[in-house]
Design a protein. Sequence first.
Length: 535
Amino acid sequence: MKIKKLFRLMLLFWICLIACRTTPPADEVSNTAVPPTPITNPDIVEEPVEIVTPEPTPTTAVCTPLPDDMTILIRREEDLRGTIEVTGLQPDDRPILIITGEAPLGNYREETSKAHDVGPDGRFHHTINFKSWDSIEGYEFEGRLIHNRGVACFSIDLPLTDGPLQTNHTINNDIENPLAPPPVLTLADYPPNHTPYYIDHGDFWLVHTPAGQLIAFAPESPDYADHITGDECRFIWTEAVQRFVDPCSGDEWELNSRLNLKESPELWSNRDLDQYGISVQDGSIFVQFHQLVQALPVNEPLLAVDSQYGITVTAVTADFTPAVTTLNTLAQVDPIWNMDPNIFPPQQALTYPTFPNSLFDNQGLAIPSIGGEGGAAVFDPRSGGMKQMMHTHWEAVSQNAAVVTATLTVDLSNLHRDITLPLDWENHQSGDVWATEFPLEIGYAAAQVRQVEWVETTENGRARLRLTVTDDSPDDIRLYCLHLDTADPWQRTCANFDGELAYTIVTELGKPVALHLRAGLELRTPFQLAWKPPS
C-alpha cells in the first residue's frame, strides 16, 4: 500500500537508516525503467500534448440523498475485510465507487469503475480489505457512490459490522476532491516505444503502438476464489516476453490486449482486457472511460465483421501458413435472444452447421475445409448477452489470392421461454373453436397462437386444448423446431416446425395456461467475412 511505503520513507528520513526503494506519489506515473525521452513524431513535437481523463458522469461531487429504492450494505467477513453490496441501481447505470481515508500520515484513495459489474437486478458488490496494512490507526474512511441519480456518500467504520452503511449529505471537504481532473501529463513522459506505463491516478496503462499511436486499457481479472483480491491479481508487465502476466491464472496478454493462446493455460478463454477509446481535442488526448472498445484493439482495423438480428460475427485472427489456414471468430449474441450459456440441460450455444459452409478466394477457388472446434459459450458481461469463440481450419490459401471470403451459417439452438397464455374461459365451453392472436416472441423471431380448440373436458375436470401455432418470423429467419407444452421442455425432443403445427395440451380450467417453449432457428442469410491475406 502507498501509505505503508510513505510511512517507511518518513522513518528513513528522520532516523537516517540505510536507503531503500520508494514509491512515487499518487500524482506521478509509475513506469518501467525506460528513461523519458522527447517525442520525435513531427505531428506532436510542436508543443506538449496533454493526456487528460474526463470527469465521470455525473460531474458534480455534491452528496445527494440516497434514493428510497437503493441500499448500501456492508457484509463483514473479518474486522478489516468485507464486501460492500449495492442494490437498486438502474439497468443502464455505470457507477463509480470511490473510497477515501484521511490520517496525519497521509491520505488514501481508491477509485473503481463498476460500469460492467451491475447485474440485470441492479446489484453489484465490491471487496474492501485493510488486513495488509501495518496500521489503520487514525484513519477515517468515507465513500462515494456516483450513480445516475446522484452521489451517495457514506462512512466506513472499523472494525466492520454487518448492516447498512451510514449515508449522509456531507463529506470531509479536506480530502482531495475525487472528481477533480488528475494532474496533466505530457507525452514527453512516454518514450515512443512499446513499453507500457501505469497511470496511477487513473488505474490504466498507456501504450504506444508501432505506428506511434496510443491505446489505454485497464486489466480486468476474472472472478477468483473469495480470498483472492483484485489487487493480488493485477497484471504484471514482464519485459522479457513483452507481455502482461496474470499472476493468478498464469495467462499472458499481448500489448494489443489479446490473450496469447500459446503461452496461456486457459486455451479456451475468450476474455479481453478492457480497452478505452482515445480522442484528440485541441491538442489534448482524452482517455474516454465511458467509451469501452469491445474485444478489439483501438488502433487496429477490424479484420472482418458481419452482423444481423442481434448476432455479430467478428474475424478476430486469421493465420496463413504454407500448410493450413486458421480463422478464429468471435460470435456475440444480443440479450434480446435471452440465451443463457449456463442452462442445463443442455447448454445453449451457437452452432455452425458445417465448419463452415465455404471458403473461397477472389478467383472463385474453393479451399477445402479441414475441420474446426467451438469454444465454450460464456456470458458476456459487457453486453449482458452471450459470446462464443469458434476455430475453423482449411487447407492453405493460394499465394495468388488477393481476398478470401468465409461464409458461415449460424443456428441458435435450445432457446427457452416460459409463457403465460390467457384464455377467455367464461365465454367458451368444451367443443368450441375460436381464433386468437397471441404472440410467442423469441428474440427477433416469433410464432403466434392463431386458434384454440377446446377438445374435451377430462374425467378429472381438466381441459384438453389444441393450439394451432404459425410462424411469424421475418423471412430471413427459419424456425425449424418448436416445442410447446405445460410439462418440462427437456423431457421431449423439439418438434420439427415448418410454418404451422398443432399442439395438444392439458391444463386446469379457468386459469391462464403456463407454457414452456423451446425453439431452434437458423439465420437464412449466411454471415460473410472477407479479408486480405498477408502479402
